[in-house]
Design a protein around this ligand. Sequence first.
Ligand SMILES: *Cc1c(COP(=O)(O)O)cnc(C)c1O
Length: 430
Amino acid sequence: MAQPAERPPSVDKLARSLAESGLPHPLLVDVAREAIAAGDHNSAADRVADLQRSLLQPVINATGVLLHTNLGRAPWPSSDAGTYRNLELDLATGDRGSRQAHAPSLLAKACGAEAAIVVNNCAAAVMLVLGALAKGRGVAVSRGELVEIGGGFRVPEVMEQSGATLIEVGTTNRTRRADFANAVDDPAHDVALVMQVHQSNYKIVGFTEAPTTAQLSDLDVPLVADIGSGLLDEACPWLSAGPPAWLKDEPAARQTLEAGADLVLFSGDKLLGGPQSGIIAGNAELVAKCARHPLARALRPGGLVLASLQELAMAYLRRDGDAIPFWRMASVPVAELTQRAQKLHDATGSGSKVIDTMSVPGGGTLPSVEFASAGLSYAGNYRDAFRNFSPPIITRVVDDTTVLDLRTVDPDHDELLAEAITTTVIGSLA
Ligand SMILES: *Cc1c(COP(=O)(O)O)cnc(C)c1O
């Protein structure tokens, strides 16, 4: 506690005393001013720590949720920013080129599409497709697929914003090909597209029926499939062990196109494992129509994202799943995780238990899928203490037990984890 007689330091002096934090002086001045205004200049260091915690920064994900929405979904390295790139320069001719010429065409190749373009996320992809191909006209969607995906992506609302008219067909639990055919044949509906939307984050079970992509592929209008998660190929040729069992019903871009969809739309940062982006892939003419629409300019990604997606596409084309953190983490055998947990336990001493646990894909994908994992548990709730470590470690607390799931932790971070355990848990027990 400050003594009443003690004079507070000047704002400037206090701000300078915090310089070691590395934060820019104007921010430290704000902190110093607030601390002095609160009559507690000794709180300045804590306020600096609070400010540092409010910044975007790398964290260690020990939750076992592979695509953690609050942690930016898929972890994927961003390319170096400080360089020029031939973003819109054709190096062969020296003429103006297209930013959609590099990563998008490689992604198209990786999923067997004629062409592709990239926008900022899958919501933007849906918006662009509807605006470019169905504005002022009807789009037929099954009532069972009028979904809300986490974060407020609602099909009817996106449809309204795009200027297309939603034509609802079938019922919530049962929709047949004939329902779509009737809508397409009705001139009053002026249907421009049929759209399938993957029920990414929920399931309708019981008395249900929905037409397959193949069944809808011979209607008289283009078929667009919003598959959501961005699984490129259900055979997973990038995994040496082949497709994992937990993928069983997940629609894949390649097979959806083969089944007759004219376009597939998907996110870049779910099962694709890349940076936030949205991909429109399929029929070259339809893709070109989307690319020419004025909205495409507003929704286009920057060079950082495109460079990073190009690396990702190359990893897929090399069939190198190990180079893609999401697939590497998803495929690690439990025995390996148990071994790491045992090592951590041995290095940090008592207090922990090596446990079997369950990881989930997360990110609004694959509801009800879990896969075996391993890690450490501690009696008591250490969530805040781990989060306040530098770098922050995000954990799961269940029934007053803190769980560190190693499936989502890069093995290179095990040492940091050991250090955090020693200071956080062991420290508090001492
Ligand atoms: C996740 C998802 C979206 C939204 O994707 P964003 O990339 O988050 O915009 C749209 N449609 C489906 C089917 C999804 O699963």
